[in-house]
Design a binder for this molecule. Structure first.
Ligand code: GRF
Length: 200
Protein backbone atom coordinates (compact mmCIF):
# COMPACT_ATOMS: atom_id res chain seq x y z
CA UNK A 1 0.00 0.00 0.00
CA UNK A 2 1.42 3.38 -0.91
CA UNK A 3 1.68 5.98 1.83
CA UNK A 4 -0.55 9.00 2.28
CA UNK A 5 1.50 11.97 1.15
CA UNK A 6 1.48 15.24 3.01
CA UNK A 7 2.95 18.44 1.55
CA UNK A 8 3.66 21.19 4.06
CA UNK A 9 3.70 24.86 3.06
CA UNK A 10 5.56 27.26 5.32
CA UNK A 11 6.98 30.77 5.44
CA UNK A 12 8.97 30.79 8.65
CA UNK A 13 10.17 28.94 11.69
CA UNK A 14 8.33 25.72 10.95
CA UNK A 15 7.87 24.49 14.49
CA UNK A 16 4.52 22.99 13.45
CA UNK A 17 6.29 21.36 10.53
CA UNK A 18 8.74 19.87 13.03
CA UNK A 19 5.90 18.48 15.14
CA UNK A 20 4.40 16.91 12.01
CA UNK A 21 7.75 15.46 10.91
CA UNK A 22 8.35 14.01 14.38
CA UNK A 23 4.85 12.55 14.61
CA UNK A 24 5.09 10.62 11.37
CA UNK A 25 8.79 9.74 11.40
CA UNK A 26 8.10 6.11 12.16
CA UNK A 27 4.69 5.91 10.52
CA UNK A 28 4.86 3.89 7.33
CA UNK A 29 1.44 5.00 6.13
CA UNK A 30 1.89 8.77 6.34
CA UNK A 31 4.80 10.58 4.77
CA UNK A 32 5.80 14.24 4.54
CA UNK A 33 6.53 14.21 0.81
CA UNK A 34 7.77 17.79 0.43
CA UNK A 35 8.07 21.15 2.09
CA UNK A 36 7.58 24.40 0.19
CA UNK A 37 8.41 27.88 1.43
CA UNK A 38 7.80 31.22 -0.25
CA UNK A 39 10.62 32.69 1.86
CA UNK A 40 14.21 31.68 1.31
CA UNK A 41 15.34 32.17 4.89
CA UNK A 42 12.52 30.13 6.42
CA UNK A 43 14.08 27.96 9.12
CA UNK A 44 11.54 25.27 8.27
CA UNK A 45 13.52 24.54 5.09
CA UNK A 46 16.49 23.56 7.24
CA UNK A 47 14.27 21.39 9.38
CA UNK A 48 13.08 19.61 6.23
CA UNK A 49 16.63 19.12 4.94
CA UNK A 50 17.72 17.73 8.27
CA UNK A 51 14.88 15.22 8.13
CA UNK A 52 15.80 14.26 4.57
CA UNK A 53 12.63 15.74 3.09
CA UNK A 54 12.67 17.37 -0.35
CA UNK A 55 12.19 21.08 0.09
CA UNK A 56 11.65 24.00 -2.22
CA UNK A 57 11.90 27.75 -2.06
CA UNK A 58 9.47 29.33 -4.49
CA UNK A 59 9.88 33.08 -4.52
CA UNK A 60 6.41 34.54 -4.95
CA UNK A 61 7.87 37.97 -5.73
CA UNK A 62 9.37 36.80 -9.00
CA UNK A 63 5.99 35.96 -10.51
CA UNK A 64 3.76 38.48 -12.25
CA UNK A 65 0.59 37.18 -10.63
CA UNK A 66 -0.65 34.97 -7.80
CA UNK A 67 -1.79 32.42 -10.38
CA UNK A 68 1.68 32.16 -11.95
CA UNK A 69 3.21 31.58 -8.51
CA UNK A 70 0.62 28.93 -7.82
CA UNK A 71 1.32 27.16 -11.13
CA UNK A 72 4.80 26.50 -9.84
CA UNK A 73 3.41 25.36 -6.49
CA UNK A 74 1.07 22.96 -8.26
CA UNK A 75 3.94 21.54 -10.31
CA UNK A 76 5.81 20.60 -7.16
CA UNK A 77 2.68 19.24 -5.45
CA UNK A 78 1.91 17.09 -8.48
CA UNK A 79 5.48 15.91 -8.80
CA UNK A 80 5.23 14.54 -5.26
CA UNK A 81 1.66 13.24 -5.64
CA UNK A 82 0.54 15.14 -2.56
CA UNK A 83 -2.69 13.83 -1.06
CA UNK A 84 -3.01 16.63 1.47
CA UNK A 85 -1.63 20.15 1.59
CA UNK A 86 -0.96 21.40 5.07
CA UNK A 87 -0.52 25.13 5.63
CA UNK A 88 1.73 25.65 8.63
CA UNK A 89 2.49 29.32 9.01
CA UNK A 90 2.27 29.91 5.25
CA UNK A 91 1.90 33.66 4.86
CA UNK A 92 0.44 33.93 1.35
CA UNK A 93 -3.19 34.18 0.43
CA UNK A 94 -4.09 31.46 -2.06
CA UNK A 95 -6.31 32.26 -5.03
CA UNK A 96 -9.84 30.91 -5.40
CA UNK A 97 -8.62 28.83 -8.33
CA UNK A 98 -6.01 27.10 -6.19
CA UNK A 99 -8.40 26.63 -3.26
CA UNK A 100 -11.11 25.18 -5.50
CA UNK A 101 -8.63 22.78 -7.08
CA UNK A 102 -7.63 21.40 -3.70
CA UNK A 103 -10.87 21.77 -1.77
CA UNK A 104 -11.03 19.05 0.90
CA UNK A 105 -7.30 18.47 0.51
CA UNK A 106 -6.11 21.73 1.98
CA UNK A 107 -5.97 22.45 5.71
CA UNK A 108 -4.74 25.31 7.84
CA UNK A 109 -3.98 25.89 11.49
CA UNK A 110 -4.97 29.18 13.06
CA UNK A 111 -3.93 30.41 16.50
CA UNK A 112 -7.37 31.29 17.83
CA UNK A 113 -10.73 29.76 18.57
CA UNK A 114 -12.31 30.55 15.22
CA UNK A 115 -14.59 32.20 14.30
CA UNK A 116 -13.07 34.49 16.92
CA UNK A 117 -10.02 36.48 15.92
CA UNK A 118 -9.47 35.83 12.24
CA UNK A 119 -6.31 37.29 10.72
CA UNK A 120 -3.13 38.29 12.53
CA UNK A 121 -2.25 39.28 16.14
CA UNK A 122 -4.62 36.81 17.71
CA UNK A 123 -2.88 36.76 21.12
CA UNK A 124 -3.12 40.53 21.38
CA UNK A 125 -6.80 40.37 20.40
CA UNK A 126 -7.45 37.79 23.11
CA UNK A 127 -5.88 40.02 25.75
CA UNK A 128 -7.58 43.17 24.48
CA UNK A 129 -10.93 41.39 24.49
CA UNK A 130 -10.42 40.01 28.01
CA UNK A 131 -11.27 36.57 26.63
CA UNK A 132 -11.73 33.78 29.14
CA UNK A 133 -10.43 31.17 26.69
CA UNK A 134 -7.84 31.03 23.93
CA UNK A 135 -6.82 28.18 21.69
CA UNK A 136 -6.24 26.81 18.22
CA UNK A 137 -8.30 25.74 15.24
CA UNK A 138 -7.54 23.38 12.37
CA UNK A 139 -9.86 23.90 9.43
CA UNK A 140 -10.30 22.99 5.81
CA UNK A 141 -9.48 25.97 3.64
CA UNK A 142 -12.21 27.50 1.53
CA UNK A 143 -12.49 30.86 -0.17
CA UNK A 144 -13.08 32.79 3.03
CA UNK A 145 -10.26 34.13 5.18
CA UNK A 146 -9.83 31.77 8.16
CA UNK A 147 -13.46 30.81 7.69
CA UNK A 148 -13.41 27.24 6.34
CA UNK A 149 -15.15 24.27 7.98
CA UNK A 150 -13.58 23.39 11.31
CA UNK A 151 -11.84 20.03 11.78
CA UNK A 152 -10.85 20.41 15.43
CA UNK A 153 -10.15 22.95 18.15
CA UNK A 154 -8.47 22.89 21.51
CA UNK A 155 -8.55 25.55 24.15
CA UNK A 156 -7.21 26.67 27.50
CA UNK A 157 -8.19 29.21 30.08
CA UNK A 158 -6.33 32.51 29.82
CA UNK A 159 -4.37 33.00 33.02
CA UNK A 160 -1.73 35.45 31.91
CA UNK A 161 -1.47 38.87 30.35
CA UNK A 162 1.84 37.95 28.75
CA UNK A 163 1.77 37.46 24.96
CA UNK A 164 4.82 35.17 24.88
CA UNK A 165 3.24 32.86 27.43
CA UNK A 166 0.02 32.74 25.45
CA UNK A 167 1.94 32.01 22.29
CA UNK A 168 3.87 29.20 23.97
CA UNK A 169 0.67 27.60 25.23
CA UNK A 170 -0.95 27.93 21.80
CA UNK A 171 2.07 26.29 20.18
CA UNK A 172 1.90 23.35 22.58
CA UNK A 173 -1.71 22.76 21.59
CA UNK A 174 -0.86 23.15 17.90
CA UNK A 175 1.86 20.51 18.02
CA UNK A 176 -0.65 18.00 19.37
CA UNK A 177 -3.74 18.84 17.35
CA UNK A 178 -2.28 19.24 13.85
CA UNK A 179 -0.69 15.78 13.56
CA UNK A 180 -3.85 14.28 15.08
CA UNK A 181 -6.09 15.87 12.44
CA UNK A 182 -3.69 14.96 9.62
CA UNK A 183 -3.74 11.36 10.79
CA UNK A 184 -7.54 11.28 10.89
CA UNK A 185 -7.76 12.69 7.37
CA UNK A 186 -5.13 10.23 6.15
CA UNK A 187 -7.10 7.37 7.66
CA UNK A 188 -10.32 8.56 6.06
CA UNK A 189 -11.83 9.22 9.48
CA UNK A 190 -12.35 12.89 8.69
CA UNK A 191 -13.20 14.51 5.39
CA UNK A 192 -15.02 17.38 3.77
CA UNK A 193 -18.34 16.70 2.11
CA UNK A 194 -20.55 19.41 0.64
CA UNK A 195 -18.86 22.04 2.77
CA UNK A 196 -19.20 20.09 6.00
CA UNK A 197 -16.64 18.17 8.02
CA UNK A 198 -17.64 14.53 8.39
CA UNK A 199 -16.10 12.54 11.25
CA UNK A 200 -16.41 8.78 11.37
C1 GRF B 1 1.44 29.09 14.11
O1 GRF B 1 1.12 29.72 15.31
C2 GRF B 1 0.22 28.88 13.29
O2 GRF B 1 -0.96 28.79 14.02
C3 GRF B 1 0.15 30.12 12.44
O3 GRF B 1 1.49 30.45 12.19
C4 GRF B 1 2.32 29.95 13.22
C5 GRF B 1 3.43 29.18 12.56
O4 GRF B 1 4.46 28.86 13.45
N1 GRF B 1 -0.66 29.87 11.26
P1 GRF B 1 5.59 27.84 13.00
O5 GRF B 1 6.21 28.39 11.74
O6 GRF B 1 4.96 26.52 12.78
O7 GRF B 1 6.58 27.82 14.13
Amino acid sequence: MSSFKVAVLISGNGSNLQAIIDSFKTNKLIEVCCVISNRQNAFGLERASKAGIRNYFIDHSKFVSREEFEKELIQVLEKHNADLIVLAGFMRILSNVFVDKYIGKLVNIHPSLLPKHKGLDTHRKVLDGNDKYHGVTVHFVDNTLDGGPICAQSKFEVQTQNIEELEKKVHELEYAIYPKVIKEIAQGKMYLSEGKVIKK
